[in-house]
Ligand binder design. Sequence first.
Ligand code: HEM
Ligand SMILES: *[C@@H]1O[C@H](CO)[C@@H](O)[C@H](O)[C@H]1NC(C)=O
Ligand SMILES: *[C@@H]1O[C@H](CO)[C@@H](O)[C@H](O)[C@H]1NC(C)=O
Length: 320
Amino acid sequence: MASGGLSFVVVATLVIVSAGLMPPPAVAELATDYYASTCPNLEVIVRSSVKQSMAQSPISAPAALRLFFHDCAVRGCDASIMIVNSDGDDEWRNSDNQSLKPEGFQTILDAKAAVDSDPQCRYKVSCADIMAVAARESVYQSGGPYYEVELGRYDGRVSTRDGVVLPHANFDLDQLTAFFSSLGFTQAEMVALSGAHTIGAADCPFFQYRIGSDATMDPGLASQLNGTCSSDPNAFAFLDPSPVAFDNALYRNLQGGKGLLGSDQVLYSDPRSRGTVDYYASNQGAFFADFVAAMAKLGRVGVKTPATGGEIRRDCRFPN
Ligand code: HEM
Ligand SMILES: *[C@@H]1O[C@H](CO)[C@@H](O)[C@H](O)[C@H]1NC(C)=O
Ligand SMILES: *[C@@H]1O[C@H](CO)[C@@H](O)[C@H](O)[C@H]1NC(C)=O
């Protein structure tokens, strides 16, 4: 009886609070069913568009997944990475663009065109949300986990070169941890997110400097990469041996010194994060579960609302 009375008081208080005595929440409220009435076919449309992009190029999925990270890490998940400013002062042309591939941008533009070709959805879905769903499809259609994507982001209007701060492939564990901590991630979450490198490739400049000088690199891999990069300066190598399959092979690779990027290999060579790498290497289900949770968290970084300058962009390349 006493506890029943107490919970009544709590419920009554919550009702009064939500009835308007408190200011609206400062952060955007995301929901998986955000477009249920305005664009009920959103997921189906983006799924089939991403499928087509992936059929056209094996780079589409990894490039679209990476694009989502680079968008969210700079000014929040607001599709600012997609903006093309006429004066060239924008995020994607920053020297820190670290070779974002055109296929990633194209995957998003094609998905946006597909969404807007549905009369019900036309101009109602933000580019930021399309990027989030396309990132999930890139993971899922590569054999990775399926997860519900929270939606309701608005697109930003600002993109500048100077705003870009991103982690580099030669970062040590402390630098990586500090960067991800600034976005609200723990070290374990960072190790899970780095598992995105289970798909895709890297250009020689991102790992060539390690050949022959980084003792944590397996000698067999070093000589193989030496061959790849010395014969062709524009060459690339796959981030893991199954570059189109989203799996936990990356972590098993790291245990053998076969990580391509220094920022991945250091997660194993530094004893402070090695346990997490070992855990994911032996348990793909745990990796998938933690990756999904970290991606949801990534998708909440710096989300905009109309009150904070957000809009639904008509063309992902230009603010309205
Ligand atoms: C931990 C810090 C990270 C660093 C230092 C880093 C760095 C890099 C570098 C240097 C490349 C190669 C780029 C190229 O040559 O085209 C790359 C590729 C990639 N990154 Fe990361 N990254 C990090 C975290 C992430 C995260 C959190 C994600 C997504 C959740 C991600 C997704 C990808 C993907 C999918 C590729 C392959 C892209 C392609 O094949 O076009 N990365 N990353
Ligand atoms: C990325 O930056 C480099 C160095 O500034 C530049 O040469 C390259 O063209 C840029 N890439 C894109 C896609 O703009
Ligand atoms: C890389 O290859 C060149 C010749 O192609 C060779 O001289 C050099 O020693 C090799 N370096 C390593 C670390 O294998």
